[in-house]
Design a protein around this ligand. Structure first.
Ligand code: SAH
Length: 223
């Protein structure tokens, strides 16, 4: 499914993702139309591939962003609370914030201070109101421990590959919440895992193979 949903504009890219069946819900389509990837990717923003953003980080490929939003879309309802771990360029944080609306909240956590700033600048280009209203909160910190909030998160997206299921983050899911997380230590194959919380029960489902940059320490990433 990779590498083929290219476009000359954001709209063309989103239409290509929809035509390929990678976007199926109207809300995900609307969010990806509303957030222009051109504000977030330094070059070839509408090409369906990851792009380097410095500090050994990448903005994830469009089809992977679409896939994550599709997996989470029922949990990114109006007024929902969401966590974006490894917010990097800020793209997915902004798209999630568009989906949860003004009554919702998205916390983006990123451990490279320059990327926190980059994410903020990118979001400011067309969605500064989401920062000013507090709908988006960008924090510098270790995403492996998340940022606990009252009642937990309805949706958690982890944008970097964890060596094992990050239990600290699982514990921050609200009842009925869902997390998607790439898990594995290989740089060539990781499993994209979905975890659903129902009361005290956690249901885990292995979805498909993916390749993400590692969820690691700052020192290790910058080495
Ligand atoms: N989702 C973002 C970035 C994906 S790259 C986007 O699409 O633009 C993965 C990001 O995770 C990088 O920005 C990297 O710096 C960050 N990251 C890796 N380990 C982390 C950790 N322990 N805590 C917070 N962020 C981390």
């Amino acid at each position: 499914m990779a590498w083929r949903c290219n476009g000359r504009s954001n709209a063309e890219m989103v239409e290509a993702l929809r035509d390929a069946g990678l976007i199926t819900s109207r809300r995900v389509e609307e969010a990806m139309m509303a957030v222009d990837r051109g504000d977030f990717a330094p070059n070839q923003p509408y090409r369906d591939s990851p792009q380097g953003i410095g500090y050994h980080a990448t903005i994830t490929a469009p089809h992977m962003h679409a896939n994550a939003l599709e997996r989470l879309h029922e949990h990114l309802f109006e007024g929902a609370k969401a966590l974006d771990v490894g917010s990097g360029s800020g793209y997915l944080t902004a798209a999630m914030a568009v989906m949860v609306g003004p009554r919702g909240k998205v916390v983006g956590i990123e451990h490279i201070p320059q990327l926190v700033e980059m994410g903020r600048r990118n979001i400011e280009k067309h969605h500064g109101h989401l920062l000013r209203s507090g709908c988006i909160e960008l924090v510098e910190g270790d995403g492996r421990v998340g940022k606990p909030i009252d009642g937990g998160y309805n949706a958690i997206h982890v944008g970097a590959a964890a060596p094992t299921i990050p239990m600290e983050l699982v514990r921050q899911l609200a009842d009925g919440g869902r997390m998607v997380v790439p898990v594995g230590t290989s740089s060539e194959h990781q499993d994209f895992i979905q975890i659903d919380r129902e009361g005290d029960q956690f249901r885990q489902r292995k979805l498909h193979g993916v390749i993400y940059v590692p969820l690691t320490s700052r020192e290790e990433q910058l080495r």
